[in-house]
Design a protein around this ligand. Structure first.
Ligand code: E4P
Length: 220
C-alpha cells in the first residue's frame, strides 16, 4: 500500500521523507493557504524534495484554463500529477491532458459513480474524500469497497487514492479493502507511528540496562 502525505508543509514533508515511508504528496489550495511563502515557491520546493508523485491542484474551473494551468504546473517537475476537480469541465481537461501524456488525479469525489466516470475519462488517480462523507453521516469507506470491486471487474487502471483520512483505523480499513494509496495528514502518520506500550517497553529496557551497566561496570 502506498502512503502519500497530505500537506504543503515543507518541514513535515522533509521529516517523513527522511523516514523513508512517504511515496508521494497531495496538496490542495487550502493546504497551501496554511503555509507562509509564495505558493509557487512552496510547490517547486515540494517537487524538488520528493521523488514520487506530487499532486498539485488547478484552481481554474473551465476546461481550457485547467489544461493550460496543468501544463504550467507540470513544468515544475516530471513527478507532478495535475489535480483536477470532479466536474464536467474537469473530466474534459483530464482527457485532454492525458492526450498530452500528463497524468491527473480527479479530486473531490464523493460517490462511486463520480469515480467511475473519472476512471473512464482517463484519470491516473481517483480521490474519494472519505472523512468528509463520514462527517455528514454517510459511510465513506463504502465507496472504497465499491470502487475496488468495480475497477477490478472491468480492469480500470486508475489507482484508488483514499483521501480525507481522519484516523489510523481508516488506513487499516482502506488496506484491508485493497485501496492502492492512502494520503495522510502528518498528524495521522504520527499516530500510526506510536503506541504507549512501545514507549513503556523501551523505558523498561533502558532502565534494566542501567542496572546491568552498574552491576558489571559495563559502559555501553
Ligand atoms: C486529498 O487530496 C485532499 O487534499 C485531502 O485529503 C482533503 O482532506 P480534508 O477533508 O481533511 O480537507
Amino acid at each position: 500500500m502506498k502512503i502519500f502525505l497530505d500537506t504543503a508543509s515543507i518541514e513535515s514533508i522533509k521529516k517523513f521523507v527522511d523516514m523513508g515511508v512517504v511515496d508521494g504528496i497531495t496538496t490542495n489550495p487550502t493546504l497551501i493557504s496554511r503555509e507562509k511563502g509564495h505558493p509557487e515557491d512552496i510547490m517547486r520546493e515540494i517537487v524538488k524534495i520528493v521523488k514520487g508523485p506530487v499532486n498539485l491542484e488547478v484552481v481554474a474551473t473551465n476546461t481550457n484554463d485547467m489544461v493550460e494551468e496543468g501544463l504550467r504546473l507540470k513544468k515544475f517537475g516530471e513527478n507532478v500529477i495535475v489535480k483536477i476537480p470532479m466536474t464536467m469541465d474537469g473530466l474534459m481537461a483530464v482527457r485532454k491532458l492525458k492526450e498530452k501524456g500528463i497524468k491527473t488525479n480527479v479530486t473531490l469525489i464523493f460517490s462511486s459513480n463520480q469515480a467511475l466516470l473519472a476512471a473512464k475519462a482517463g484519470a491516473s488517480y481517483v480521490s474519494p474524500f472519505i472523512g468528509r462523507l463520514d462527517d455528514v453521516g454517510q459511510d465513506g469507506m463504502t465507496i472504497i469497497r465499491e470502487l475496488v470491486q468495480i475497477f477490478k471487474n472491468y480492469g480500470y487502471q486508475s489507482e484508488i487514492l483514499v483521501a480525507s483520512v481522519r484516523h489510523p483505523i481508516h488506513v487499516i480499513e482502506a488496506g484491508k479493502l485493497g485501496a492502492h494509496i492512502v494520503t495522510l495528514p502528518p498528524e495521522i502518520l504520527g499516530k500510526m507511528l506510536t503506541h504507549p506500550l512501545t514507549d513503556k517497553g523501551l523505558s523498561l529496557f533502558l532502565s534494566d540496562w542501567e542496572k546491568v551497566k552498574k552491576e558489571h561496570k559495563y559502559n555501553i
